[in-house]
Ligand binder design. Structure first.
Ligand code: GLU
Length: 421
């Protein structure tokens, strides 16, 4: 896929949902293009005294339903097209969950593993200096994404506070707890997906002893493996950016977590108690009940979708399955729980964090879990019933559901018919 077609491909999902809803032309005109994308070059001083620059973006895709919301990604392959596509997905994700937000996203084109901790801090503060006029608690609220984390959010909140001269914790979510973060934000993406799968298990034909394969072992991948293993499911295979491992009797998830915490790849477990290495590209072909893509976009495409051997795919990553792959999986009767629902637990608890920051009143982790569970189950059940009633995939149902909320908000400003009658 050429990079320039990235957003166009994502928009095909909007077109499909629009056909089912007979959406007003005004609505599509509004949602087809990002509202605002800013590109800057961040300049920082490196530890060796040299100066280095990095490309960075922030996109506010649509703010009809509220301030724009979405993470900041640090990745060497980040591009403007990717940022705009991710911001488009955030617009629909927030609408799916009925959060009072539009969609946004940011990125820095950098491999953070090549930076020292002090360089990473300077880069993160430089990002906020560059985008301080764009972000804000009622304008655009960043959060973590691929290769960004709580400590980075803490630096960013601190930089914003020094620019505006006061503490504004609600400008950014996913902060450390000590700096106004919410309990339960760390595992929220995985936990949301876990609640969804549990709620729909019967409809999905999933039992109490599932075989699970997890692609990508970062925040979402590690937490979903822990949550499912704790419930007695078997994590048979996992991969990270350096390789994959498989164990027919189930991997020792605690040992995997310890290896990752020590900076080692998942393949460091190979050779212990029936654990074998597996080519990373074969992870998606593992015979399992639940396949969890938790890495990057376009991992399951036209070329490899026919190899998927799972009953259900839970998209904890954003955009892991291409539209061509969707059609192949549908033909194989593999049910895909789509990203804009499946991984929406992260932004949902970000919303809870923002609410707590604005109230100055903090919830227990049990309250966070209960509200997250209720939201995932409510919206998951609605999407499942739309899929059944209209005989469409859960992905198309999720887009229909989100689009009807977005359309009501856009149409509330008046449509062509209103202005010409
Ligand atoms: N980066 C996450 C996502 O793609 C979370 C965004 C947020 O919490 O605002 O959904």
């Amino acid at each position: 896929m050429t990079d320039s077609s990235f957003l166009d491909v994502a928009l095909t999902r909007l077109d499909e949902a629009a056909r089912h809803l007979q959406t007003d032309g005004d609505v599509l005109e509004r949602l087809k293009y990002p509202r605002e994308t800013t590109k800057v070059r961040l300049m920082i001083r490196m530890d060796d005294g040299s100066r280095k620059s990095f490309l960075a973006w922030r996109c506010r895709y649509d703010d009809t339903r509220g301030p724009t919301k979405g993470g900041i990604r640090y990745h060497p392959d980040a591009t403007v097209e990717e940022v705009e596509t991710l911001a488009f997905w955030m617009t629909f994700k927030c609408a799916v969950m009925n959060l009072p937000y539009g969609g946004g996203k940011g990125a820095v084109q950098v491999d953070p593993r090549t930076l020292s901790k002090a360089e990473l801090e300077r880069l993160s503060r430089a990002y906020v200096q560059a985008f301080a006029r764009i972000i804000g608690p009622d304008r655009d609220i960043p959060a973590p994404d691929v290769y960004t984390n709580a400590i980075i959010m803490g630096w960013m909140a601190d930089e914003y506070a020094s620019i505006v001269g006061q503490s504004v914790p609600a400008v950014i979510t996913g902060k450390p707890i000590a700096l106004g973060g919410s309990l339960g934000r760390d595992d929220a993406t995985a936990r949301g997906g876990y609640y969804l799968v549990r709620h729909l298990a019967r409809e999905l034909g999933l039992g109490s002893r599932m075989r699970v394969a997890v692609q990508g072992f970062g925040n979402a991948g590690q937490f979903i493996a822990s949550l499912l293993a704790a419930e007695g499911h078997s994590i048979v295979a996992v991969s990270d950016s350096r390789g994959a491992v498989i164990c027919e009797d189930g991997l020792d998830v605690d040992a995997l977590l310890r290896a990752k915490a020590a900076g080692q790849p998942v393949t460091s477990l190979a050779g212990q108690g029936g654990v074998r290495t597996l080519a990373a590209e074969d992870l998606i072909a593992v015979d399992c009940d639940l396949l969890v893509p938790a890495a990057l976009e376009n991992m399951i495409d036209e070329a490899n979708a026919h190899r998927v051997h799972a009953r259900v795919v839970l998209e904890l990553a954003n955009g892991p399955v291409t539209p061509e792959a969707d059609r192949i999986l549908e033909g194989k009767r593999v049910v895909v729980l789509p990203d804009i629902l499946a991984n929406a637990g992260g932004v949902t608890v970000s919303y809870f964090e923002w609410v707590q920051n604005r109230q100055g009143y903090y919830w227990t982790v049990e309250e966070v879990h209960e509200r997250l569970k209720a939201t995932m189950e409510r919206e998951g059940a609605k999407i499942w019933s739309i899929a059944r009633e209209r005989q469409v995939s859960p992905r198309t149902a999720a887009y229909i559901h989100a689009l009807s909320r977005l359309a009501s908000a856009i149409e509330a400003h008046g449509t062509q018919q209103f202005f010409t009658s």
